[in-house]
Design a protein around this ligand. Structure first.
Ligand SMILES: [Cu+2]
Length: 133
């Protein structure tokens, strides 16, 4: 009997996509790759009212940051991975992502708009846009 339960558990693990393990089945997952001091792609679209797992994966051998002025202010969120989030009283202001690091921000975008973000490390001219529709 124990063996059967174990097998069912294993089968479940193998059939459920990895994205579902970290949250709801209806969560929208999107990943921005950071490579050669660029955000790739430099424009992504999210959906207002939809639970979202927004990931930034740093493939470079240097630190990068994600600085978004308005997108995360006043929004409930969770930051996972090995990034270092920084908060003001108004909300998440910056996430520092180490080399080969990954930051996952789980939140629900509240309103439509176009939200530029950037990396504010000295000398990095890295800009990209998140569109919420
Ligand atoms: Cu950078």
């Amino acid at each position: 009997m124990k063996g059967t339960v174990w097998l069912i558990g294993l089968a479940w693990l193998l059939t459920v996509p990895a994205s579902a393990l970290s949250g709801d089945l209806d969560m929208e997952s999107i990943t921005v790759e950071i490579h050669g001091r660029m955000f790739i792609p430099d424009r992504i679209t999210l959906h207002a009212g939809r639970k979202t797992a927004l990931r930034f994966r740093n493939h470079d051998t240097e630190l990068h940051t994600v600085v978004a002025k308005e997108l995360f202010l006043g929004v409930n969120l969770n930051v996972g991975g090995n990034g270092a989030p920084e908060f003001s009283p108004d909300g998440l202001t910056r996430v520092i992502i180490p080399p080969d690091g990954l930051a996952e921000i789980q939140f629900t975008p509240t309103g439509a708009g176009t939200f530029p973000y950037r990396c504010d490390m000295p000398g990095h001219d890295m800009r990209a846009v998140i569109v919420v529709e």
